[in-house]
Design a protein around this ligand. Sequence first.
Ligand SMILES: Nc1ncnc2c1ncn2[C@@H]1O[C@H](COP(=O)(O)OP(=O)(O)OP(=O)(O)O)[C@@H](O)[C@H]1O
Ligand SMILES: [Mg+2]
Length: 373
Amino acid sequence: MYLKHLELSNFRNYRSLKLELKPGLNIFVGKNAQGKTNLLESICFLSQGSSYRTSDIKEAILWTNDLAIIRGGAKNKDRKIFVEVFLPRRGRRKVRLNGSYLNRISDLWGNLIVVIFSPQDLDIVRSSPVFRRQFLDRILNNTNPEYIYHFKRYQKILSQRNSLLKLFHQKNRIRKFLDTLNLWNRLLATSGSFIMMERISLLSILNSFANKVINKFLSGEKLILFYDTPISIKKKNDRKDLETSMLKKLKERQKRDISVGATTIGPHRDDIEMTLEQKDIRSYGSGGQQRMVAISLKFAELGFYNEKLGQRPILLLDEVLSELDEDRRKSLLEISQDEDQAVITSTHYPEWLEDEKAKASVYIVENGKIKAW
Ligand SMILES: Nc1ncnc2c1ncn2[C@@H]1O[C@H](COP(=O)(O)OP(=O)(O)OP(=O)(O)O)[C@@H](O)[C@H]1O
Ligand SMILES: [Mg+2]
């Protein structure tokens, strides 16, 4: 899949932009604060209807304006997609797909798929578990409508269970309290087991894709991704079994949950363990190794979409080139060149482009305007 046409109106520092893009490598070169990241963010809006940088859409509207519009036309093997995202200063955002307004933003997901790697994505490797869970959830939400259903349902039940736990001090109603708690436990375990099962099977696919990529950067080092949960898993693909284990753990933790007023086990607390050559990369990896693992995870995400949906997503790389040494920069550009389309930002003209194998379209970004190099 590739983005053919992009149009921005009052989006961040772009007052008005019309851009034609080509398949293959598209490199956007510009000094700091010219609009490179803003450009990638606009493409993410076309994919998700939201931004990975902010949840407040007002931030994305050019200072004093009332409405930002992002339009994009993409081409897939067998179809064309046209997405329009309207971000008003007041009121709700609207999304139109091939001319029809969507009822829910989530109806857009899975149409124009992008995989972005930006400096924040290092958090997947080195920060708290929430970033690792989000990494898995986003992929599953993009590819599995049943996951979206259970994911939303789980959040709702979890918040109701937590509210109930906080009411325990009303001891005169203990019988009723326990009945309701048991009900929430059962509902939580049905969606919770689904979420865990899907995440575990995704992780094993990502693991094999990530290792293929990692070998191009770090010779021969083996990465192992492991789903880390206190809930005992005997059979990975047996949902009933997972559900029973989760119910059992919820019961075991009941006292603790009541005393802290929160649910202390479940997929909302799980993590991914990552080891490179048997060492925990989260705490022992060098900055460069962590970056290579994070990038490999993103390429693995891409491989997964390709396998699951039969189409290669658009790859967006923000500010990665400057952080890598010469050899790895070259490897990264070479493997990106094989994608349907990669959009890459850089503060410098990549000297790799002098290489005879290199094929790329290069643009200059300057103060909210873009022209060909
Ligand atoms: N809502 C907005 N309206 C107008 N300008 C904005 C808005 N939001 C951000 N900007 C400006 O857009 C400019 C470009 O930001 P962007 O993050 O795209 O820079 P960049 O080219 O990626 O720079 P760097 O190389 O430093 O990452 C910044 O000067 C920023 O202040
Ligand atoms: Mg930037």
